[in-house]
Design a protein around this ligand. Structure first.
Ligand SMILES: NC(=O)c1ccc[n+]([C@@H]2O[C@H](COP(=O)([O-])OP(=O)(O)OC[C@H]3O[C@@H](n4cnc5c(N)ncnc54)[C@H](OP(=O)(O)O)[C@@H]3O)[C@@H](O)[C@H]2O)c1
Length: 344
């Protein structure tokens, strides 16, 4: 069987570590495996499929002989290393937002626009995590009637901010528990928060990213800009509010999409059942709906709470939930690689 030499740039982070899990689960035919991170992780031992690997510091010469580099670092590092990766002849599937909106870089969710993978010129971008999860839910609706516009509110897990996000939440939670044990019902804790702009324990923060000039944040504008490119729907408008919530893992999104025509909910549910990678989870009487505790640590995006919009008769409201480290990042990237190399 043909094998592929694979590198992971950012192998020690939240997404990089999950990439290793997914590569193993999907039996990706790996020849050589190189794990790259910062100087802080140099020499760190990581076991993969029963074999020990040692983390290397990435340099421009690191990528020679590789077929595939999976990117799981910042925009700045992705930009720094992309030229050497492409020059080395490897395909760079990148999780940062550095290249997503460039015309010659495909932006792909394999269940939605797999054909775009093959237009790459060395770089393929993995979309924003909330965008992937929202579009997995919206795609079946769009197949029944083209979506004109979407209202979205996200509930984003702390692990979406990297490996240090859950640590900050858990440490704040411990301080809250200490006070509770001392007979108090605390709201605020004394903690030097570094990952989030405010205390995240017992709180929700309606800011992810910074103002793009219209009072919508960088994270909020991704849903529209990336959604248009992935869905090949340049006129789709998205009004999004992104909120950080004290959930460890899995992003949830409340969506109302207005289509060109009225869509029958029964037909939509049938369509959802036909799609790969999503699961209809929608039985209010039996308290069944998508929730982070159901969708974490697996790849399927759950769709539920489907109902007609009470404001616009051509609108459908739904709630979607998916693991943003897996389908929102690592799994999506590896699914792109599997299609790219035609690995079944
Ligand atoms: N977390 C998510 O849910 C999620 C979802 C979708 C997309 N993304 C995107 O994926 C990327 C990675 O996010 P993450 O959450 O995994 O971040 P993270 O947990 O903070 O990990 C960052 C990784 O980058 C490495 N790194 C730092 N400096 C480096 C250097 N000079 N050379 C090589 N590697 C270096 C780190 O290594 P050290 O451990 O040595 O510092 C670590 O492996 C980001 O662009 C993020 O926006 C994240």
């Amino acid at each position: 069987m043909k094998t592929y030499n694979v590198g992971i740039l950012g192998a020690t982070g939240a997404v990089g570590r999950e990439m290793l899990n997914v590569l193993g689960e999907r039996h990706f035919p790996i020849g050589e495996l190189k794990l790259f991170a910062s100087i802080n992780s140099k020499g760190k031992e990581i076991e993969f499929m029963g074999k020990k690997y040692y983390v290397e510091v990435a340099t421009p010469d690191s990528f020679k002989g590789l077929d595939l580099v999976l990117g799981a670092t910042s925009n700045a590092l992705a930009k720094e290393f992309a030229p050497s990766i492409v020059e080395a002849g490897a395909v760079f599937i990148d999780n940062s937002s550095a290249f997503r909106m460039l015309d010659d870089v495909p932006l792909v969710v394999p269940q939605i626009n797999p054909e775009d993978i093959f237009k790459h010129k060395g770089i393929i971008a993995n979309p924003n995590c909330s965008t992937i999860i929202a579009l997995m839910g919206l795609n079946p609706l769009n197949k029944l009637s083209k979506i004109k516009y979407v209202y979205a509110t996200t509930f984003q897990a702390v692990s979406g901010a990297g490996a240090n996000g859950p640590i900050e939440l858990m440490e704040e939670n411990l301080l809250l528990s200490d006070e509770y044990k001392n007979g108090k019902m605390p709201i605020n804790v004394e903690y030097d928060n570094k990952v989030f702009p405010h205390q995240i324990a017992s709180n929700v923060i309606p800011q992810i990213g910074s103002d793009t000039g219209n009072l919508y944040t960088t994270e909020e504008m991704k849903m529209q800009n990336e959604g248009r490119k992935i869905m090949h729907n340049p006129n789709m408008s998205v009004n999004c509010t992104c909120v950080r919530v004290p959930v460890i893992r899995s992003h949830s999104i409340s969506l109302t999409a207005v289509c060109e025509d009225k869509v029958d909910i029964k037909a939509l549910k049938e369509q959802i059942k036909k799609e790969e990678g999503i699961l209809l989870c929608d039985d209010l009487d039996n308290k069944e709906y998508p929730m982070p505790i159901l969708t974490s640590d697996q790849d399927t995006v759950y769709v539920g709470r489907i109902r007609y919009d009470l404001v616009n008769e051509k609108g459908i409201t739904m709630f979607v939930c998916g693991d943003q480290v897996r389908k929102g990042a690592a799994t999506n990237a590896i699914e792109i690689a599997l299609k790219l190399f035609d690995i079944r």
